[in-house]
Design a protein around this ligand. Structure first.
Ligand code: TYD
Length: 139
């Protein structure tokens, strides 16, 4: 699976710290969209789908949460709890966000504009679509 944690630059300062994300430099795509998830009630989860084209970079700007990624073969859970690193998720990855702490804030940078047709929301369909491809995405 090509998901990976990317560490961001950290400018430590007695006045407070600063981190930065530049498109195509710190993360491997152009940013077409930014959204965030907040005020998640205890026990709720977000996601539970895959995107055919969209790639994402997810940062815990505040608090903590887990991201489980699944390529149809295996799954891995990443705990995000600092704003100076994030999780890169390539297209074609099933993903689920859960275990949100109180007051957590998930920032998501996306490589495509919002497109409902890009979503795969049924896990069985996802497996059918993706398990027939090899690791390079060929049929
Ligand atoms: P959804 O992607 O299903 O959220 P999650 O994956 O976190 O569970 O989106 C929830 C709602 O927000 C849905 O009605 C569509 C809307 N939405 C947009 O209009 N634009 C966006 O960029 C996103 C991500 C969602």
């Amino acid at each position: 699976m090509d998901c990976r944690i990317i560490n961001l630059s950290k400018y430590l300062d007695r006045r407070g710290n600063l981190s930065v994300i530049e498109e195509c430099k710190d993360i491997p795509f152009e940013i077409k969209r930014t959204y965030w998830i907040y005020d998640v009630p205890g026990g709720e989860h977000r996601g539970g789908h895959a995107y055919r084209r969209n790639r994402e970079f997810i940062v815990a700007m505040s608090g903590s949460f887990d991201v489980t990624v699944d390529d149809g073969h295996s799954h891995t859970t990443y705990s995000l709890n600092r704003s100076y690193y994030g999780l890169y998720i390539p297209e074609g990855t099933w993903r689920d966000l859960n275990n949100f702490s109180t007051n957590s804030l998930a920032l998501i940078l996306a490589s495509t504009p919002y497109d409902p047709a890009d979503y795969i929301e049924d896990y069985d369909l996802y497996r059918q679509e993706y398990l027939s491809k090899d690791s390079d995405g060929n049929e």
